[in-house]
Design a protein around this ligand. Structure first.
Ligand SMILES: [Zn+2]
Ligand SMILES: [Zn+2]
Length: 199
């Protein structure tokens, strides 16, 4: 089934194939919170500073309109590529730096779907909890959920590799990002707060 993905203002539009989703995750890492502040949207975070993400195979996402509004930032030299809509500063997805790694972390906020439909298609928020130790409040991930969620991602990525899928639509055929990657300086990253514990 296809679900609509879009930025806040509707310029950037795409479709996600629900069968290609690996699981549903909440990430409590400091970088994701800093990124929410970079975009200016504290409404992107849950009560404990977590971000709702749907990890999906690269072919699970098609971008249909508004590609010219896409922008990419990275919070550091080894950070994820964070793709957002420059028109309204809405997050779309995070990807690894390597195009051949079959992983796209679609933002829950980028889906144009009621939460019941999200739950039905991908499981409830926080099915997999990542970086619980960096949460701003008490979150209690259970070990088995972490193992099962992690396994779903690993098996999903393995299946995508076996299918020989092309890279996500954020990369060209040669595997290069389709946008200049703005890499934040250390000072810019630190100014966003939630600085990583160890530099
Ligand atoms: Zn927009
Ligand atoms: Zn994170």
């Amino acid at each position: 089934m296809d679900m609509t993905v879009r930025c806040r203002c509707g310029q950037v539009r795409g479709a996600a194939r629900t069968e290609r989703a690996y699981t549903r995750a909440t990430c409590y890492c400091r970088d994701c919170r800093a990124y929410a502040r970079f975009l200016g949207g504290s409404d992107l975070l849950d009560a404990h500073g977590g971000t709702d993400v749907v990890p999906i195979a690269p072919t699970g996402l098609r971008l249909i309109a508004g590609l010219e509004a896409l922008a990419c930032v990275s919070l550091g030299p080894r950070g994820l590529l964070r793709w957002y809509a420059a028109c309204c500063r809405a997050p779309i997805a995070n990807t690894p730096r390597q195009a051949q790694t079959p992983y796209v972390g679609l933002f829950g906020a980028a889906f144009d779907a009621p939460s019941a439909a999200m739950d039905e298609s991908f499981g409830p928020r926080g099915t997999l909890v990542i970086h619980a130790g960096s949460a701003t409040g008490e979150v209690a991930p259970t070990r088995w959920r972490f193992v099962i969620g992690g396994l779903r991602i690993v098996t999903g990525m393995t299946a995508a590799r076996l299918r020989g899928e092309p890279p996500a639509p954020f990369f060209d055929a040669a595997g290069r990002p389709i946008r200049h990657v703005r890499e934040l300086t250390r000072a810019e990253r630190d100014a966003l707060g939630d600085a990583p514990a160890a530099h």
